[in-house]
Ligand binder design. Structure first.
Ligand code: HEM
Length: 380
């Protein structure tokens, strides 16, 4: 993780133009999950110009004929993470699903075969991406010598071949699905959160000052924080990240299906009811967060009265219970380490070409509609 972050955060100031930071953060988060989950270096955050825009995302159908493999991969990945809309801008089958859920799947099966429809584009993209990931899984299955490093795919393949786990449990399809799930679940979420922090800090000079002080006080650039340092030595950074996640909750909704009849707040829900928990709405409740629209990291200071009074489940950006996010610790380490590297070298200003207020796009995960555009300033 450390080396990927270091290489991605070098020389940002050599760009003459403002940068689309959210593109860089998605490349970086994808590279990090590629390394940790598959032991593969996608090379997205290194090889590509960080200013490259997302203009190509609608051209996924031409992807197989393009020469630029890396650019294709990231464009398809961006497409697949941003096109799963849950409103009327989504694919036709998603819209049908909102009106008549029972018709959604039959419509999807038909539409995905009709070239030009959004369902078809999504099908092409997902097929291409899973194809690439299947290749990785296949190669690693054959090449046992490459399974030395500590990555999730190697561990799961080793477990599959050990006598303790049946091959039926870790079937090829299962492993392939889990690798794809990690790529999707672990990149757009972390990348969006990283972009939110940098965007919000750039607009709040007092927060920036306090954050820089904490990061500088940790030590010179050659002192790389370890896991314990990241946990204990950056309390203000911790508060800044929590507050950014509260303002922009990347997974605004989580779902559960009741396994038994249950009474919630006086409402009797029969077995099999879908319950949607709106984490984003919860995070803006003024009973738990005074002036909820304001960016105030100090509200997460453990000594602060608001924090002491707050219900323990008022802020749950990683979900809750046995199906809560498995990547919470990993992503927080990644976000902290990246921010420390960034703020040791640079500060950021909002680009004049960025819209105000910044526009959001509501999909399976939240996204910045036109990206977070920033001017990078090298620190003296
Ligand atoms: C800022 C970063 C992230 C946020 C805000 C986030 C948020 C969430 C949320 C809200 C859920 C649903 C939890 C629930 O239903 O209660 C979830 C599930 C999940 N996340 Fe994350 N996530 C992040 C990063 C990651 C990373 C880095 C990985 C992979 C390494 C990951 C893998 C998963 C998986 C596999 C699930 C499904 C867990 C299950 O169904 O048992 N996430 N995440």
């Amino acid at each position: 993780m450390q080396s990927v972050i270091e290489s991605a955060t070098q020389n940002l100031d050599t760009q003459k133009e403002d940068i689309i930071f959210s593109n860089l953060s998605l490349r970086l988060a994808t590279d990090i999950i590629g390394d940790a989950a598959f032991g593969v270096n996608f090379g997205l955050s290194k090889a590509q110009s960080i200013c490259e825009s997302m203009n190509n995302v609608n051209n996924v159908e031409h992807s197989s004929t393009s020469n630029d493999e890396v650019s294709n991969f990231i464009n398809q990945h961006i497409y697949s993470t941003t096109q799963l809309k849950m409103d009327l801008s989504g694919s036709f089958s998603i819209i049908i699903g909102l009106i008549a859920p029972i018709l959604q799947e039959p419509f999807r099966q038909i539409l995905k075969r009709i070239p030009g429809t959004m369902d078809w584009k999504m099908e092409c993209t997902n097929r291409n991406l899973t194809g690439r990931l299947d290749e990785i899984v296949n190669k690693r299955m054959e090449d046992k010598n490459r399974r030395t490093s500590k990555n999730f795919l190697s561990l799961i393949l080793n477990a599959r071949e050990s006598k303790s786990v049946s091959e039926n449990v870790f079937s090829f399809d299962y492993i392939s699905a889990v690798t794809y799930e990690h790529l999707l679940a672990g990149s757009a979420t972390t990348s969006f959160t990283l972009s939110s922090v940098v965007y919000l800090v750039a607009g709040h000079i007092n927060v920036e000052r306090k954050l820089l002080q904490e990061i500088d006080e940790f030590g010179t650039h050659d002192r790389i924080p370890n896991a314990k340092d990241l946990n204990q030595s950056f309390p203000y950074l911790d508060q800044v990240i929590k507050e950014a996640m509260r303002i922009y909750t990347v997974s605004p909704l989580v779902a559960r299906e009741t396994s038994n009849e249950v009474d919630i707040g006086g409402y009797l829900l029969p077995k099999g009811t879908w319950v949607w928990l709106a984490l984003g709405v919860l995070a803006k409740d003024s009973r738990n967060f005074a002036e909820p629209e304001k960016f105030k990291p100090e509200r997460f200071d453990p000594k602060c009265e608001e924090m002491k009074r707050r219900h323990p489940y008022a802020f749950i950006p990683f979900g809750i219970g046995p199906r809560a996010c498995i990547g919470q610790k990993f992503s927080l380490q990644e976000i902290k380490l990246t921010l420390i590297h960034l703020y040791r070298k640079y500060v950021f200003h909002h680009s004049l070409s960025m819209e105000k207020p910044i526009e959001l796009e509501y999909g399976l995960v939240l996204n910045f509609k036109h990206g977070v555009q920033l001017r990078v300033i090298k620190r003296a």
